[in-house]
Design a protein around this ligand. Structure first.
Ligand code: RB5
Length: 156
């Protein structure tokens, strides 16, 4: 599996720690920046970059980090077909895969420490989507995009 990583300037250190953690487990990781805390990168830039990379099939899943995880997940969720969930503990990280089939786990570098963040990643990436009644609900989410006319927007 190929994982795309993105963050804003508040979360460069945690992003690097998590990339190393996942690489050590054999995952291929692609860094979409920010690359340095001195590079003032607004979170929508990275949220969009990683979400579009998933939509293009360049990477399979993503990890996004800003101060709280909220802003960067809001940006990613604007890309059609993308589901990003903010997590601050491993239980939710498992369920956003099992129930919501999220392609992206988002976290807050000002909220979680690095060891907890590693556990969140491990939980997210080891879970499997359960389908069934959950697939029906994801269809209902996709229908919102269709109703607003952007589900089939060309891949950027
Ligand atoms: C940046 O100061 C901060 O607003 C951002 O990292 C994030 O927390 C937004 O949701």
């Amino acid at each position: 599996m190929k994982i795309g990583f993105g963050c804003d300037h508040t979360a460069v250190e945690l992003k690097n720690i998590l990339m190393e953690h996942m690489q050590a487990q054999g995952y291929e990781c692609v860094d979409y920046g920010s690359y340095s805390p001195e590079e003032k990168r607004d979170y929508p830039v990275s949220g969009r970059l990683v979400a579009e990379a998933i939509r293009r099939g360049e990477v399979d899943k993503g990890v996004l980090i800003c101060g709280t995880g909220v802003g960067i997940s809001l940006a990613a969720n604007k890309v059609p077909g993308i589901r990003a969930g903010v997590c601050s503990e491993p239980y939710t990280a498992r369920l956003i895969t099992e129930h919501n089939d999220c392609q992206i786990v988002a976290m807050g570098a000002r909220v979680v420490g690095s060891e907890l963040a590693k556990m969140i990643c491990d939980s997210f990436f080891s879970a499997q989507f359960q389908g069934g009644r959950h697939a029906k609900r994801l269809g209902m989410i996709a229908a919102i995009e269709e109703d607003y006319g952007y589900a089939d927007a060309p891949v950027k």
